[in-house]
Design a protein around this ligand. Structure first.
Ligand code: SF4
Ligand code: SF4
Length: 59
């Protein structure tokens, strides 16, 4: 199945995608404030892909 890829070089850890992810697969780490992706929680809805203002999420 097709999965999302986070392009770490583009991500600025803004958190926009975390607000849209319905399953909590995308969260900001509470200590480092860096984006963390949990593949096991991802249902491949791709809601996050369009949400990223920097195009850091790709199929
Ligand atoms: S594809 Fe859907 S479930 Fe997976 S990380 Fe993106 S918004 Fe969350
Ligand atoms: S919306 Fe884009 S830039 Fe912002 S945290 Fe998510 S992947 Fe990173």
């Amino acid at each position: 199945m097709q999965k999302i890829k986070i392009l770490d070089s583009k991500c600025i850890n803004c958190g926009v995608c975390t607000a849209l992810c319905p399953t909590g697969a995308l969260v900001l780490d509470k200590i480092t404030w860096e984006l963390k992706f949990s593949e096991i929680k991802c249902i491949n809805c791709f809601a996050c892909e369009a949400s990223c203002p920097l195009g850091a999420i790709k199929k």
